[in-house]
Each structure stands twice: as structure tokens, then as C-alpha cells.
Design a protein around this ligand. Structure first.
Ligand code: NDP
Length: 188
């Protein structure tokens, strides 16, 4: 006998039931629209954290070539928007991008948000680039690693975030920032 399929949860529909004023993840379509149009609103925590890292590193974003690898709604697209709002010239790469390395090698700021262990190797990085590794993967030995091959990329990059201990803690920090902001706004 074939059992009935379990009900599917539509994550997007769930997010849309959240009041935008409490959307501390920044995933609601109202938050995405606010980001797109440069209005105030909650920014998704991971790309928001990346922007804080770039700020701390003293990165010059104005006019910089920024390449974001990945175009998800929670990382790649909002990341590209935030970089664009900071006056970077932004390229978004994805699984159908032809000659990925040709794009990444032009990047002054390279953000990898793919989900493929160590796929960005040192020869794909521009000397002196800032490399931000959002990926969280397991390597063949089961060890946590990013989308960037840290050992080869660190030889070329000026700045590079490690995995673990780079973007992940920033995501959690920005979630707290957004939560406190939501509470303060609610309190008037
Ligand atoms: P998704 O799977 O939603 O998106 C992955 C993106 O990578 C897609 O746009 C996909 O392209 C693209 N892609 C896949 N293969 C390739 C390829 N060979 N070349 C170029 N682009 C490719 O992932 P998320 O954005 O949710 O997450 C990305 C990574 O970041 C994951 O490892 C995840 O665990 C990690 N992550 C880490 C966080 C943190 O706090 N550190 C927070 C959130 C995510 P296409 O659209 O064409 O399919």
C-alpha cells in the first residue's frame, strides 16, 4: 500500500505570514522590496554581516568590481543589492555562468555563496582581492569548509574570511542587531 505524501511546507508562504515589522531575517517580500528600492527595512543577516566585515576591513566599495557567486534570495541577490548600493560595480554569477573564473579573476571583492566545497581556487582570485566565503560545506574528510579553497586563495588575496569563524558568526550577530532594532521600534 502506498502511503499518502506528507504535506509540503512552502517556506516562502510561511515567511509571507510574518509581519514585516518582525521580519528580522529580512526574507519577507516587503523587506526584499525595501532593499531593492533603497528604503529602510531589515536586511538579510548574512549579506548584512558581509557588509559589516567589508566595512571593518576598510574596503573601498565605490567603483570596485564586486563579483557575487550565487543568486539565492537569502544570500546572493541581497548581497549584490547591498554592494550595488555601496557603489560597487556588481556581477552576479550562478550555475549557468560561462567561464566563472574569468569573472572571479576580475573581482576586487569576491563573495562566494554557492554551497560547493572549495570550488573557488587560488587561480580564480585576483591578486589583492578581498575574498568573503559564505559557503558552509563538508570536505571529503567531513570537515567544515567554505566554497573557497582557503589555502590556495590566501596566497593571492589581501583579505580572506575563514570557514568556520568568518561569515557565520557575523550572520548571528546581525540577527541580534535586527532583533534589537525590531524591539526598539516596537517599543516606540
Ligand atoms: P542556494 O543553494 O540557495 O544557492 C546556491 C547558488 O549557487 C545558486 O544561485 C546556484 O546557481 C549557484 N551555483 C551552484 N553551483 C554553481 C556553480 N558550479 N557555479 C556557480 N554558481 C553555482 O544556497 P544559499 O545561497 O542558501 O547558500 C550558499 C552557501 O552559503 C551554502 O553553503 C550555505 O550553507 C551557506 N550559507 C552560509 C550562511 C552563513 O551564515 N555562513 C548563511 C546562509 C548560507 P543557480 O541559481 O543557477 O542554481
Amino acid at each position: 500500500m502506498q502511503l499518502p505524501l506528507p504535506p509540503q511546507i512552502d517556506a516562502h508562504a510561511v515567511i509571507e505570514t510574518i509581519a514585516p515589522a518582525k521580519d528580522v531575517d529580512g526574507f519577507h517580500v516587503a523587506s526584499a522590496g525595501a532593499l531593492m528600492t533603497g528604503q529602510p527595512g531589515f536586511r538579510p543577516c548574512t549579506p548584512y554581516g558581509v557588509m559589516k566585515l567589508l566595512e571593518q576591513a576598510g574596503a573601498t566599495l565605490k567603483g570596485a568590481e564586486a563579483v557575487v557567486v550565487g543568486r539565492s534570495n537569502i544570500v546572493g541577490k541581497p548581497q549584490a543589492m547591498l554592494l550595488l548600493q555601496s557603489d560597487a560595480t556588481v556581477t552576479i554569477c550562478h550555475s549557468r555562468t560561462r567561464d566563472l573564473a574569468a569573472h572571479t579573476r576580475r573581482a576586487d571583492i569576491l563573495v562566494a555563496a554557492v554551497g560547493r566545497a572549495k570550488m573557488i581556487t587560488g587561480d580564480m582570485v585576483k591578486p589583492g582581492a578581498i575574498v568573503i566565503d559564505v559557503g558552509m560545506n563538508r570536505d571529503a574528510a567531513g570537515k567544515l569548509c567554505g566554497d573557497v579553497d582557503f589555502d590556495s586563495a590566501r596566497e593571492v588575496a589581501a583579505w580572506i574570511t575563514p570557514v568556520p569563524g568568518g561569515v557565520g558568526p557575523m550572520t548571528r550577530a546581525m540577527l541580534l542587531v535586527n532583533t534589537i532594532e525590531a524591539a526598539e521600534r516596537a517599543a516606540g
